[in-house]
Design a protein around this ligand. Sequence first.
Ligand code: ATP
Length: 193
Amino acid sequence: MKIGIFGGTFNPIHYGHLINAEIIRSDFNLDKIILVPSRYPVHKKLDGDVPAQERYAMAVLAVAGLQEFDVSRIEIDREGPSYTITTVEELRAAYPESELHLIIGTDSLATFASWREKDRLLSSVQIIVMRRPGQERPPDMDFGGHIVRFAENPLVDISSTEIRERLRHGRSVRFLLPDQVIDYIRKKGLYEQ
Ligand code: ATP
């Protein structure tokens, strides 16, 4: 089985994440995408003060009933900060026969040189990079013989930051993220301030 690992803060999950995950799943012939909500963002401060449990619950709602998608608790159940290498090795143990692909944004690729144990990471997974609107396709990078592939993904200009901002101001977020996630946000009163 070919599995795509798609990590993120998902604060909240939105159609930018979902459209890209689905396009990459199809274009790279992956059987499954595992969404991995992070517990503590290592590289950025968490806005909105929404607990990991809620971000996880929203991701579950977003892909409910879709057999090609799973949401992993692997990072939210871990104490303290998570590094990608730890997550990948746990998923490797859970799916020993599978080919693992790590899906990252161009923003993450830019910091890749400073990632923990990147050489070990590169020998466990193949990397698929997706471009975000406003970011150039980076030049091919030398990953010591490991292939990094760039997705031809559509540029969907939606961000969690924009969604939080709109929610705070009482503006509509319909069609930016799934209705069931919007209903959950309203019911729980998330991102109101
Ligand atoms: P924020 O606005 O809070 O920074 P985000 O949506 O940018 O949120 P994450 O939830 O951490 O951040 O995103 C997870 C991954 O998805 C990252 O690699 C990010 O680059 C990528 N991503 C997020 N939104 C898009 C989008 N609209 N198009 C392509 N990639 C995206």
